[in-house]
Write a new protein. Structure first.
Length: 202
């Protein structure tokens, strides 16, 4: 079963989201490294409601938890240790969107069930995996799904620093689409290497 968490914008919608307790450093199955065609489509758009590898609206990968809270409101769930691993939903963020912070800084923004936010290519929760493959062509890296058997799969689109092996470069940025056995996107993760994690940070 694909785990669902939830990511963020500057749009005002209140929806409490529980902090994910599990911390998992699971990595996708490693394969032989090959050259990856970069897809230039997800550059920061003018629309602040679109999720990109670098963030959404004024919320950017790399910002501190304090900066996010100042821009998008306090978390609906208490953050007991700002310097630790936290997944939270700012009070002014859209439904279905959560932010993950590691060591006090944003490393991933995720969209889950109920989210209406889209990526710059127009994909989001509920989109067809086949349409994503068609849109990105050779820019997509396909990996086995973390919790579901095939045909469920994860589709990675790296804007920079991508690889078919586990990506550790903190400057890498990309989007991961979790596609279920029904062929539809169940979750979207944008940001740095943390988009590869099965659940949350450790």
């Amino acid at each position: 079963m694909i785990r669902r968490a939830v990511v963020l914008t500057t749009v005002a919608v209140l929806a409490p989201v529980a902090i994910l307790a599990a911390c998992d450093r699971s990595k996708p199955a490693e394969t032989a490294e090959v050259a990856v065609t970069r897809a230039p489509a997800e550059e920061a758009p003018a629309d602040p409601n679109l999720l990109t590898p670098d963030g959404i609206g004024m919320i950017r990968i790399g910002q501190s938890v304090g900066e996010v809270q100042a821009l998008s409101g306090m978390s609906d769930t208490p953050i007991n240790d700002p310097s630790g691993c936290n997944i939270f939903h700012p009070s002014r963020a859209p439904v279905g969107l959560v932010v993950m912070a590691e060591a006090g800084h944003v490393t991933r923004i995720s969209l889950h069930e109920g989210a209406t936010v889209k990526t710059a290519r127009g994909f989001g929760v509920g989109s067809e995996g086949s349409a994503i493959k068609a849109a990105y062509g050779g820019g997509v890296i396909v990996q086995p799904a973390k919790y579901e058997p095939a045909p469920a799969q994860d589709l990675y689109v790296w804007a920079r620093g991508g690889s078919t092996q586990y990506v550790a470069d903190p400057e890498a940025r990309g989007v991961r689409y979790e596609v279920g056995a029904d062929g539809k996107v169940a979750a979207v993760h944008a940001g740095g290497p943390s988009i590869q994690l099965a659940e949350s940070c450790g």
